[in-house]
Design a protein around this ligand. Structure first.
Ligand code: SF4
Ligand code: SF4
Ligand code: SF4
Length: 342
């Protein structure tokens, strides 16, 4: 048998195994999603699923639809050439589903809301709210649990607000980052939010005043998103302004998922422009791992022709590490689409 034929056969066998592995991963995603949604339906608050609220008894149909969706996106995300595009689409879809229910809750009926009460959908409130109120720890606990499972990927797949930044940034082909010093801005906004919440609590500031403060902070973030993210092609709000982004990067280290660059890297630097979170530089590439602001988005993976950059998970090979990460992300994202609302 000629050498070329042997190589072709090996490639075909490898592709076949890959397809089978991807199918198994999709199946696992669908089953896990269905189980979590099922448990939420029977053990969670009544009417946790949208269909049950409007067409009582039909929640099972929503479980099936969301589970099938989880299987599909696992398959798509595992394809080599598609992560960046698919990621931004599914992230945007979640944001649309989330904010549609919020708007419908204000304009049409409070059945669209989680508790019947309005909350402010600004990520910084996840931190400031409980400090100010001294209660209401549901969102911080959910955030921490998600970080434990997915690391900083909260900020590239799961946050209702960050998708707006992602869409704005994707308008420009190549990112153009400001000077390194701007990275410290998030430390100041985080301290500002914590100190303000403590002061509001100590002086028993009225909730209306606190809401206005939160809205001003959120509005400034939206302006940053629209102007800076769009014009520079960077995640300006997430990487330079949002306190939750900083906490997500910090606490994300407790998750075992990482992005690593292996020895086959030839320093071509082709992956650098793919990163809109300012986590890849020649220095990071030389060190074998992205910088602190990496959110495990995976956008850089497809740009590497030598497949030198990929997910890492304990001792698994880089190709295999991508599978558990994708399954976890697909399941959590799908459950969020099926359940999350304000
Ligand atoms: S940085 Fe803030 S707005 Fe951006 S994705 Fe993370 S939590 Fe959401
Ligand atoms: S694209 Fe791949 S080979 Fe080139 S610098 Fe990045 S990791 Fe290394
Ligand atoms: S280094 Fe790669 S995975 Fe990390 S944020 Fe940048 S593009 Fe995303």
């Amino acid at each position: 048998m000629s050498k070329i034929k042997i190589v072709n056969n090996t490639n075909q066998a490898f592709q076949k195994t890959l397809i089978q592995e991807n199918r198994s991963a999709s199946f696992i995603s669908a089953v896990l999603t269905a189980i979590i949604m099922f448990i939420s339906r029977y053990k969670g608050p009544e009417g946790i699923l949208l269909l049950d609220r409007f067409l009582p008894g039909l929640g099972w149909l929503q479980i099936i639809i969301i589970a099938v969706y989880a299987g599909f996106i696992t398959q798509f995300l595992l394809k080599q050439k598609n992560i960046a595009k698919i990621r931004i689409r599914i992230w945007t879809l979640f944001s649309i589903v989330f904010f549609s229910q919020f708007i419908a809750g204000i304009l049409i009926s409070d059945t669209f809301l989680m508790t019947g009460k309005l909350h402010i959908p600004i990520p910084a409130v996840i931190l400031a709210g409980p400090i100010y109120r001294g209660s209401g720890f549901f969102m911080p606990i959910l955030f921490l649990a998600t970080i434990l499972l997915t690391g900083p990927a909260w900020c590239s797949y799961l946050c209702y607000f960050g998708a707006i930044d992602g869409v704005a940034a994707s308008r420009k082909k190549q990112p153009s980052f400001p000077k390194e010093g701007w990275k410290t801005l998030r430390f100041f906004t985080t301290i500002l939010v914590i100190v303000t919440a403590i002061i509001f609590r100590i002086f028993d500031t009225s909730p209306n005043f606190a809401i206005v403060g939160a809205l001003i902070f959120g509005a400034l973030g939206i302006i940053a998103t629209i102007i800076i993210s769009r014009s520079r092609g960077i995640m300006a709000h997430c990487s330079y302004y949002c306190p939750i982004g900083l906490i997500s990067n910090l606490l994300g280290k407790i998750s075992p998922f990482r992005i690593k660059i292996n020895n086959s890297c030839n320093n071509c630097m082709a992956c650098i422009p793919a990163c809109r979170y300012n986590a890849l530089s020649p220095k990071n590439i030389a060190s074998g791992s992205p910088g602190f602001s990496c959110t495990l988005c995976g956008d850089c993976i497809d740009t590497c022709s030598s497949q030198s950059i990929n997910y890492s998970f304990f001792n698994l090979s880089s190709k295999k590490s991508r599978v558990p990460f994708t399954v976890v992300i697909a399941v959590v994202h799908s459950v969020f689409i099926g359940i999350a609302r304000i």
